[in-house]
Each structure stands twice: as C-alpha cells, then as structure tokens.
Design a binder for this molecule. Structure first.
Ligand code: HEC
Ligand code: HEC
Ligand code: HEC
Ligand code: HEC
Ligand code: HEC
Length: 226
C-alpha cells in the first residue's frame, strides 16, 4: 500500500516537474507571434510617450487600420511632421535653455541620440537637415504580431465596427516597448466572435440592439481560412 502511494507521489511530482520545465522553457524562448513577445526595436520609440502622454491618436500613425487589412507601421516621413522641429526631449531642451540663459548665450540646437537615428534613416544629419553624405536607410522595425499565412485577418472589418485596438492589443498607450498582449490563437479569435451579442466586453456602447442583431460575426472556418 505504502509502496503504491509512493509511486503515485513520485509520478505526480514528475508530472509537476515536467510542466514547470515546459513552461519555464517557453518563457525564455518567446518568439515572434507569441503572447508576451517584446522584441527590441532599432530605436527607442515609445507608445507610452506618444499615444499616452502626448495623446496622439492610434489612427494618426496606423491609418491603414480603418480602411485595409493591415494597420501598417508609419513611414519615418510621418514622424517628421513633429520631429522636423522637435529634435530632443522636452527635459533636455529645457536644460539647455536654462544653461544658455545662465551663461548669457544663444541656446544651441540639441538632438537626442534616438532622434539622430530617425534623421539618419531619412538621409538627414543630427540637425534634421538633408545631408548628401548620409545614405537614407529605412528603420527596420521588428514585427511583434505575426499570424500564420493560412489565417485571414482584417483590421478594417474590426475597427470600422467599433472594436477598440485595446481589446486585442491591450494597453498599448502605457507600453514603452510594444508586447504581444493576446494569445492570438484560434480559440482567442473564436471566443470573442462567439461572445458578440451576449456580452459588452468590447466597446460597442454606441450600437443599439437591432443593429447588433444584424452583426455578422462568424465562426465559419472559411471566414478565417482560405
Ligand atoms: C506617432 C506614431 C504612432 C502612434 C500614435 C501609435 N503608434 Fe503604434 N507603432 C508606431 C511605430 C513606429 C511602431 C513600430 C515600432 C514598435 O513596434 O514600437 C508601432 C507599432 C505598433 C504595434 C506593433 C506592431 C507589430 O509589429 O506587430 C501595435 C500593436 C501598435 N503600434 C498599436 C498602436 C496602438 C493601439 C496605438 C494607440 C493607442 C498606437 N499604436 C499609436 C507608431 C505609432
Ligand atoms: C504629433 C507629434 C509627434 C509625432 C507625429 C511623433 N513624435 Fe516623437 N516626440 C514628440 C514630442 C513632443 C516629443 C518630446 C516629448 C517629451 O520629451 O516630453 C517626442 C519624443 C520622441 C523621442 C524621444 C526623444 C528623446 O530622446 O528624448 C523619440 C525617440 C521619438 N519621439 C520618436 C518618434 C518617431 C519614431 C515617430 C514616428 C513614428 C514620432 N516620434 C512621431 C512628438 C511627436
Ligand atoms: C480584433 C483584433 C484586433 C483589433 C481590434 C486590432 N488589431 Fe492590430 N492586429 C491584430 C492581429 C491579429 C494582428 C496580426 C496580423 C497578422 O499577422 O497578419 C495585428 C497587427 C497589428 C499591427 C502590425 C502591422 C499590421 O498591420 O499587421 C499593428 C501596427 C496593429 N495591429 C495596430 C492596430 C491598431 C492601431 C488598432 C486599432 C486602430 C488595431 N491594431 C486593432 C488584431 C487586432
Ligand atoms: C475582441 C473581439 C474580437 C476578436 C479578438 C477577434 N474578432 Fe474578428 N470580429 C469581431 C467582430 C465584432 C466582427 C464583426 C464585424 C462585423 O460586424 O462585420 C468580426 C469579424 C471578423 C471577420 C469578418 C468575417 C465575419 O465574420 O464577418 C473576420 C475574417 C475576422 N473577424 C477574423 C478574426 C480573426 C482571424 C481573429 C483572431 C486573429 C479575430 N477575428 C479576432 C470581433 C473580434
Ligand atoms: C475567427 C477566426 C477563425 C475561425 C472561424 C477558424 N479559425 Fe482555425 N485558426 C485561426 C487562427 C488565428 C489560427 C492560428 C493560430 C493557432 O494556431 O491557434 C488557426 C489555426 C487553425 C489550424 C492549425 C492548428 C495548429 O495547431 O496549427 C487548423 C487546422 C484550423 N485553424 C482549422 C479550423 C477549422 C476546421 C475551423 C472551422 C471549424 C476553423 N479553423 C475556424 C482562426 C480561425
């Protein structure tokens, strides 16, 4: 009897051990397309600063999300709408201004090392001006989300129906570095599709019930697989 119990305890312990090993190895090897994936980017662009503190609308940069399949990542030219004049963070600029005042001189233009990378990608020098000796080379942002090719996903069908970015991507405006928040597995897609019409889990306050009944939220295989 006690031998049988010990064997059982041993097996249970082995099972727990195997599970722990499985999860901890999954933890250190996050890959593109996995929940929690937070790759380093070529430049320290922060959503917390831009979308959070500065309050820039998601669609100002990811304008594709409203009209097309892909949300897209904005070209560096779009950043220049502001960074043509903003060449450094507010704090650094304020410090330089104070120092200049104290020393009785003109404030120098300063450029943050991160924005220098933005300018270089556009063939511009640290002052933000075009410089022929610098060859333009687009920033190579690392993809965070990546569904397999056999899945059809479309941003505009969701975004134009009022599904908030945050319901799939989480609190991006508080992230310095974007991470994949949802699991983005088939079950994750289908759970939300099934729940439509019975829960208010996503932002749909603006719709009335009649409109909601007409909604076409599919769980047919062909909606997501060619
Ligand atoms: C000022 C422009 C700008 C704004 C505003 C902005 N983003 Fe981004 N977004 C970027 C850039 C640049 C990248 C690529 C670099 C990175 O991943 O951080 C990006 C990447 C992303 C990604 C990861 C894409 C991938 O590779 O899978 C998501 C998701 C995202 N943004 C969502 C949002 C959401 C949601 C908002 C609003 C809360 C928002 N963004 C606001 C510029 C912007
Ligand atoms: C609507 C205006 C606006 C747009 C568009 C914008 N930024 Fe900014 N960005 C700012 C402002 C303002 C600051 C300084 C904020 C502060 O220091 O409080 C800033 C700061 C930064 C910084 C930090 C600078 C430092 O070292 O302190 C980086 C990096 C940056 N932006 C990159 C980008 C990139 C890349 C894009 C395009 C995808 C972009 N920004 C688009 C307004 C903008
Ligand atoms: C219903 C869920 C859902 C909503 C809502 C959603 N996304 Fe996505 N997003 C995804 C998925 C899934 C991917 C990965 C797509 C792929 O790999 O083909 C993705 C990818 C992205 C990317 C990477 C580039 C691209 O186009 O594939 C960006 C940027 C992005 N989303 C931004 C946004 C923004 C901004 C909003 C709101 C305007 C938004 N998303 C709304 C699910 C969503
Ligand atoms: C947060 C909720 C939510 C998540 C998560 C979600 N969807 Fe949807 N999806 C919707 C809603 C709402 C609609 C209905 C749009 C409409 O009314 O036509 C929709 C519609 C669609 C459609 C258009 C076909 C149809 O049913 O009318 C496709 C394709 C689709 N989703 C694919 C996906 C895929 C693939 C994923 C996962 C990667 C996903 N969705 C995740 C809410 C979601
Ligand atoms: C709302 C979107 C959606 C619907 C509906 C859907 N799928 Fe999927 N499916 C996905 C996504 C996203 C993936 C990839 C992520 C994953 O592997 O979980 C996937 C993956 C798969 C895979 C590969 C599984 C694997 O482990 O790699 C198969 C097979 C599959 N789906 C079959 C089906 C069948 C059969 C149906 C109909 C009963 C169906 N799907 C309906 C979104 C959907």
């Amino acid at each position: 009897m006690s031998v049988a119990l010990n064997a059982k305890t041993f097996l249970a312990a082995m099972f727990v051990f195997a599970l722990v090993a499985l999860f901890s190895s999954a933890d250190v090897q996050l890959l593109n397309g996995q929940q929690g994936y937070t790759p380093d980017q070529p430049m320290a662009y922060s959503h917390r600063l831009h979308a959070g503190e500065l309050g820039i609308d998601c669609l100002y940069c990811h304008y594709g999300a409203r009209t097309s399949r892909h949300a897209g990542v904005p070209p560096a030219e779009l950043c220049m709408n502001c960074h043509g004049s903003v060449t450094a963070g507010m704090d650094a600029s304020a410090l330089e201004k104070a120092a200049a005042e104290e020393e009785g001189r003109e404030a120098r233009q300063i450029t943050s090392p991160e924005l220098t990378k933005l300018y270089a990608s556009l063939g511009r020098g640290p002052d933000g001006q075009l410089d022929e000796s610098i060859e333009p080379k687009p920033l190579e942002w690392v993809r965070v989300h990546n569904l397999p090719d056999f899945v059809y996903f479309n941003h505009s069908v969701h975004v134009t129906r009022g599904v908030a970015c945050e319901s799939c991507h989480g609190p991006v405006s508080s992230m310095d570095k974007v991470r994949q928040e949802g699991s983005m597995t088939m079950g994750w897609c289908i759970d939300c599709h099934r729940s439509q019409g019975v829960t208010k889990a996503i932002k749909m306050e603006t719709r009335d019930d009649a409109e909601r009944k007409d909604m076409h939220v599919s769980t047919d295989c062909a909606a997501c697989h060619y």
